[in-house]
Design a protein around this ligand. Structure first.
Ligand SMILES: NC(=O)c1ccc[n+]([C@@H]2O[C@H](COP(=O)([O-])OP(=O)(O)OC[C@H]3O[C@@H](n4cnc5c(N)ncnc54)[C@H](O)[C@@H]3O)[C@@H](O)[C@H]2O)c1
Length: 316
């Protein structure tokens, strides 16, 4: 199959959880990689030594100009990532996710890039009558975060047409894997693992029957590589596994593996989080030839181990 080839990439948020896995894949492919990250959540040790690092904010046009020099393809992953926290931090969420994206699109266009791959989210979808969400599912996001990610999608499409670069929007579903920074807000698997490692109960919001589509971070990185190489243009694609697991099942599985005997605690379901969400994955397969390779049960031990080592380092 014919493929698009690029020599130089910029990954925004490349020191973060997902961005750093994309960076690693690009480096392995021999592509020259620049990263811009303000390290608000990302970590410098997540970055490969061969990467050119620009420390700062995507709102800084001068820094963007320098980091975009000679770049052909941009992977835009920098964002403030929290559904729950985006209500209280609505200004900061919009500032990075909307204005940061606008600034990056403008500078990318002026720099003459060829392709822009935008990290979007299942948070753009409305609460559905069905758990399985196709790309055409209505979009009335239930959180400021979802609104900001949807605005980013729409700006991407418009500005790509205006400047004449290609674009692909990837709507990631719940991503799990090593290198996710521990916060109280994002990544139920990382949060539960760290609770259990510390001898604390995992806290389930709602009754735990809510279903999520958990996709391994290396699959997300692979979807980005395929999107880069693909000749498909101007589309929005779900990136999930097509399989759902309830939050109660996750808690049960992790308790059994890490700290048997602990009982989960329950708290009120927060505003803005959808009841169920599973990706319809046929578009990713048809348009990009992408299918997730890893199952949750096959990768969970690796993720527990990574968090165990990380927790020990925090203590010492
Ligand atoms: N983790 C998930 O389950 C998930 C699901 C759907 C979509 N996403 C999207 O994937 C992308 C990556 O998310 P992640 O989970 O890796 O989160 P992350 O917080 O680990 O990564 C985001 C990175 O962006 C950096 N950053 C934040 N604001 C910045 C700014 N103004 N300027 C420069 N750098 C900035 C942070 O330091 C961090 O390294 C985001 O766009 C997010 O919306 C993530």
């Amino acid at each position: 199959m014919p493929r698009a080839e690029y020599k130089k990439a910029l990954v925004t948020g490349g020191a973060g959880f997902i961005g750093s896995h994309i960076v690693q894949r690009l480096v392995d492919l021999g592509i020259e990689v620049s990263v811009i990250d303000d390290l608000s959540m990302g970590r410098i040790e997540n970055l490969d030594k061969g990467v050119r690092f620009f420390h700062g904010n995507i709102l800084d046009s001068g820094l963007l100009k320098r980091s975009l020099h000679g770049v052909e393809v941009v992977f835009h992953n920098a964002a403030r990532v929290s559904i729950r926290n985006s209500f209280d931090a609505i200004y900061a969420d919009a500032e990075t996710n909307v204005m940061g994206t606008v600034n990056l699109l403008k500078e990318s266009g002026l720099a003459g890039i060829k392709k822009f791959i935008y990290a979007s989210s299942m948070a753009v979808y409305s609460e559905g009558k069905t758990a399985v969400l196709g790309e055409e599912h209505p979009k009335r996001p239930a959180s400021p975060y979802g609104v900001s990610k949807l605005a980013g999608e729409m700006y991407t499409e418009r500005m790509a047409a205006h400047y004449g670069f290609q674009n692909i929007v990837l709507r990631y579903f719940n991503t799990f894997g090593p290198k996710q920074t521990l916060t109280p807000y994002v990544g139920v698997i990382t949060i539960f693992i760290n609770n259990l490692l510390a001898g604390k109960a995992p806290v389930i919001y709602g009754d735990g029957s809510q279903v999520r589509d958990f996709i391994f971070v290396e699959d997300i990185a692979q979807a980005n590589i395929i999107a880069m190489q693909s000749l498909t243009n101007n589309c929005a694609v779900n990136v999930g596994t097509g399989k759902g697991t309830s939050v109660a099942e996750i808690a049960r599985m992790l308790i059994e593996k890490i700290n048997p005997g602990i009982e989960p605690e329950y708290a009120r379901a927060p505003e803005g989080e959808p009841k169920d969400s599973i990706a319809l994955v046929s578009t990713a397969k048809d348009l990009l030839g992408f299918e997730a390779k890893f199952a949750l049960k096959d990768k969970i031990d690796t993720v527990i181990e990574w968090n165990r080592i990380s927790a020990e380092k925090r203590v010492n």
